[in-house]
Design a protein around this ligand. Structure first.
Ligand SMILES: Nc1ncnc2c1ncn2[C@@H]1O[C@H](COP(=O)(O)OP(=O)(O)OP(=O)(O)O)[C@@H](O)[C@H]1O
Ligand SMILES: [Mg+2]
Length: 344
């Protein structure tokens, strides 16, 4: 339970679960700074290379934390608690943020807060206005996850649907790689699709209920491209925009259909979407129109809080701070961390 009488403090949060090193400072539930250092080193590999990611975190973490404190106008001694992403994510990447936060907590004698990255992606909706009311339905669409979650309270999150194979972001990235686009391909597909039409009818996911599957789309796109290239070697170059529009439309249609199905089943009126793919312009548009038609409210976070960022970790830590939910100094990174509150 959140203790409303408990004072919220000043929290420094670190995010390092994948390939972005980020630090945010929050005071009284308000973000004072949110610094993100991206890693360009993965661009030519078609995906994140774990070893390179942890090495880049090591070189980014000190300047990123330093800049976050400077931008917030605070000194380390003014921080009341240190938060870090415990998981899920890449072990070598998570360890950098976890050890750094533990070092700060040990040196200052201030409490440590561990945060589940997937819980935090959803709590990004509480950084800015308008904030959804509980209960609401959240669709998280990121590079590694596609999840439908009923939010009963900030830390009472019930998972009701998820992908059985690839995540939506992975589908964008893998299809983009087949099209010769650099990693991550989601933003480039979004841009290309604006100049094209969804003329190629790729198959919908056949998974019943509230789960997802995107591996069939990936295979369909692979065979489609190689068949067309056999007939016309310039097919990709000449039809990139239509291909991007067709892939994007197929993914967005499935996401909207399953989200509305879940909202109906759970009788929820408020819908929020989070994670990097939630920035996608067509997904936002189709979800907006579906919500309008069914009389539901849609909540979209600011794009800077959709992809990986420490502001969302600070937001989750703020709720844990109010509960007095602190971690031990021997807390470890957990690459496959599950939701604590995934009660069914
Ligand atoms: N405009 C866009 N359209 C489609 N996809 C996008 C867009 N912008 C970003 N993405 C996708 O978002 C994903 C990255 O999102 P995010 O940073 O939330 O994922 P992640 O943190 O790597 O994964 P997870 O949180 O599951 O560990 C990438 O797959 C990227 O292609
Ligand atoms: Mg993420």
């Amino acid at each position: 339970m959140i203790d409303e009488t408990r004072q919220s403090g000043t929290i420094l949060a670190i995010e390092s679960s994948c390939d972005d090193t980020s630090c945010a400072v929050m005071s009284g539930g308000k973000i004072l700074s949110n610094i993100v250092a991206n890693q360009d080193v993965h661009k030519n590999f078609g995906g994140v290379v774990p070893e390179l990611a942890s090495r880049a975190h090591l070189s980014h973490i000190v300047p990123v934390v330093d800049e976050a404190l400077k931008k917030a106008g605070l000194k380390i001694g003014q921080i009341d608690a240190f938060a870090f992403t415990r998981g899920p994510g890449l072990l070598g990447s998570l360890i950098v943020g976890a050890q750094f936060a533990k070092g700060l907590a040990l040196a200052t004698g201030k409490p440590l807060i561990e945060v589940n990255h997937m819980e935090a992606h959803i709590l990004a909706h509480f950084i800015d206005e308008p904030k959804p009311d509980f209960p609401f339905l959240n669709l998280t669409v990121s590079g590694g996850h596609t999840e439908l979650v009923v939010m009963r309270g900030p830390l009472e999150q019930e998972l009701i649907g998820q992908t059985l194979d690839d995540a939506a972001g992975e589908a964008f990235d893998k299809c983009g790689k087949m099209m010769g686009l650099p990693y991550p391909a989601g933003p480039a597909i979004d841009k290309l699709a604006k100049e094209g039409s969804p003329v190629y009818p790729f198959p919908d996911s056949k998974v019943p209920g509230l789960d997802f599957s995107f591996s069939g789309l990936k295979t369909a796109v692979l065979y489609f491209i190689s068949d067309r290239i056999k007939e016309n070697p310039d097919f990709l170059e000449e039809n990139k925009s239509d291909l991007a529009a067709s892939i994007q439309y197929t993914i967005a249609k499935t996401l909207v259909k399953k989200t509305l199905l879940a909202a109906g089943k759970e009788e929820l009126n408020d819908i929020a979407i989070s994670g990097g793919v939630s920035v996608n312009s067509q997904l936002r548009e189709m979800m907006r129109s579906a919500c309008q038609k069914s009389g539901r409210m849609l909540f979209l976070a600011s794009p800077e809080y959709c992809t990986d960022n420490a502001a969302m970790i600070a937001m989750a830590a703020h709720f844990k701070f109010l509960q007095g939910d602190f971690a031990e100094l021997n807390a470890t990174a957990s690459p496959r961390l599950k939701r604590e509150s995934a009660a069914s």
